[in-house]
Design a protein around this ligand. Structure first.
Ligand code: HOZ
Length: 433
């Protein structure tokens, strides 16, 4: 008897993509490499939902990896982008919206007096390192194992996110000479940083850190870690860089630094500030930013930087985020979801570690607290893969890697939260056997 196997539209789209795109994707984690199976192709997204090309609906807990904080295709954001588009897509010249969005960000982050817009988080962190080296005249940086700051050469060392997902934390193509200038310490380990500073402090231009790590799963800083880094930077006259690409305007208005007393010298932002368009930025005091061309000797530029569509999307998104109670409501939703996951896992007898700040949260299959990359690697990533597929089958879209954080939006209403929690109850029970 003949068996007819029909491909889903997603499968067919992936086959096609694999012929012309590397691994069928434009960013490795999307390939489902660590969770298995084939990527689902997206047709559209609206509010808390994603719709695939086969007509399935999912409740989204990835939010385009953070930017979709007001929900997908929010009418205010879409209208602002439409209006901007009618005036032209890119000028390669100054437009008023650039200073408008810059003003909102500078006002929200007291550690920043001036910023420069770029197009991606990678560009922001790469430029921030150059700025730190230009300011201090020193060659080395300290980064934390399992933190991910984009794919600039000197930051692709012991990296999280896709590097952790695919087991290639040190990328081919990064020369030993470049890697040697990236000094490594475990996250949350001040003693290790002290030891590096004792030996090499005079060569260290900056310490770069995710103030809440979101690329080795979700890992919070302990109570002394960030303050200790600040003190060490001050003692050794080097700069502290907060990579708030993920946490900026996501965990609080402004970012993580507004929740704590520690202020960085340089901040990198991205994701939410572009409301879904390719926008990122780095900013600091006037003294530091005056190093950047055309005012100073550090060169950095971009044809599409400050693009009018990106600025319009960012301004409209932040106008919604600024409304009173926005972050409180977001945090309440994240907490409710975390409680739901926790209860569902407990009922199934599965140990998980769960945490959240504002609209960012994470869950690791582990019976021990997760404080650093070793702890994250010790988590049960096979269990996460099973959970991922069980949730996908029940219409919930999670990150396709246990090394990523999750994100909720203002558009997630009671019904969607209940639907997610019900799916989690079934999924934890389903993967137990
Ligand atoms: N590495 C990104 C998350 N930390 C994934 C970006 C994407 O695939 O769009």
């Amino acid at each position: 008897m003949q068996t007819i196997t029909r491909k889903t539209k997603s499968e067919a789209a992936f086959d096609h993509a694999c012929r012309v795109l590397v691994g069928g994707v434009n960013s490795p984690v999307r390939a489902f490499g660590s969770v298995g199976g084939q990527p689902v192709f997206v047709e559209s997204a609206s509010g808390p939902h994603i719709f695939d090309v086969d007509g399935n609906r999912y409740i989204d807990l990835v939010g385009s990896w953070g930017p979709a904080i007001v929900g997908h295709a929010h009418p205010d954001v879409i209208e602002a982008v439409k209006q901007a588009a009618t005036r032209g897509l890119s000028f390669g010249a100054c437009c008023e919206a650039e200073a408008e969005l810059a003003g909102i960000i500078v006002e929200a982050l007291p550690s920043i007096e001036m910023i420069r817009f770029v197009n991606s988080g990678t560009e922001a962190t790469m430029s921030a390192l150059r700025l730190a080296r230009a300011t201090t005249g020193r060659p080395c940086i300290i980064k934390f194992i399992g933190c991910y700051h984009g794919h600039a050469d000197s930051l692709l060392v012991a990296t999280g996110s896709g590097g952790a997902t695919f087991g290639v934390p040190n990328s081919a193509g990064v020369t030993d000479a470049v890697a040697a200038q990236t000094l490594l310490a475990p996250y949350n380990d001040l003693e290790a940083v002290c030891a590096i500073m004792k030996k090499s402090g005079k060569d260290v231009a900056a310490i770069i850190v995710e103030p809440i790590a979101g690329n080795m799963g979700y890992v919070e800083p302990n109570e002394i870690f960030l303050a200790g880094l600040r003190t060490l930077c001050d003692e050794h006259n080097c700069l502290l860089i907060f990579d708030e690409v993920m946490t900026g305007f996501r965990v609080a208005w402004g970012g993580c630094q507004n929740l704590i007393s520690v202020k960085p010298d340089i901040t990198c932002c991205g994701k939410v500030i572009g409301g879904g368009m390719p926008v990122a930025a780095y900013g600091a005091s006037k003294r530091i930013m005056h190093q950047v061309s055309p005012l100073g000797p550090m060169y950095q530029a971009g044809t599409l930087s400050g693009n009018p569509l990106g600025m319009a999307a960012g301004i409209a998104t932040l106008a919604i985020c600024k409304q009173p109670g926005f972050y409180e409501a977001l945090q309440e939703k994240a907490l409710r979801l975390c409680d739901g996951f926790w209860g569902a896992a407990s009922t199934a007898g599965i140990a998980v570690q769960i945490g959240s700040t504002g609209g960012m949260f994470g869950m690791m299959f582990s019976d021990k607290p997760v404080r650093n990359f070793d702890d994250a690697q010790a988590g049960d990533h096979d269990a996460y893969s099973k959970f991922f597929h069980a949730m996908l089958d029940r219409g919930v879209w999670l990150p396709p890697s246990g090394y990523e954080a999750m994100f909720i939006s203002a558009a997630h209403d009671d019904a969607s939260l209940e639907e997610i929690i019900a799916a989690a109850r079934e999924s934890f029970l389903a993967i137990r056997s």
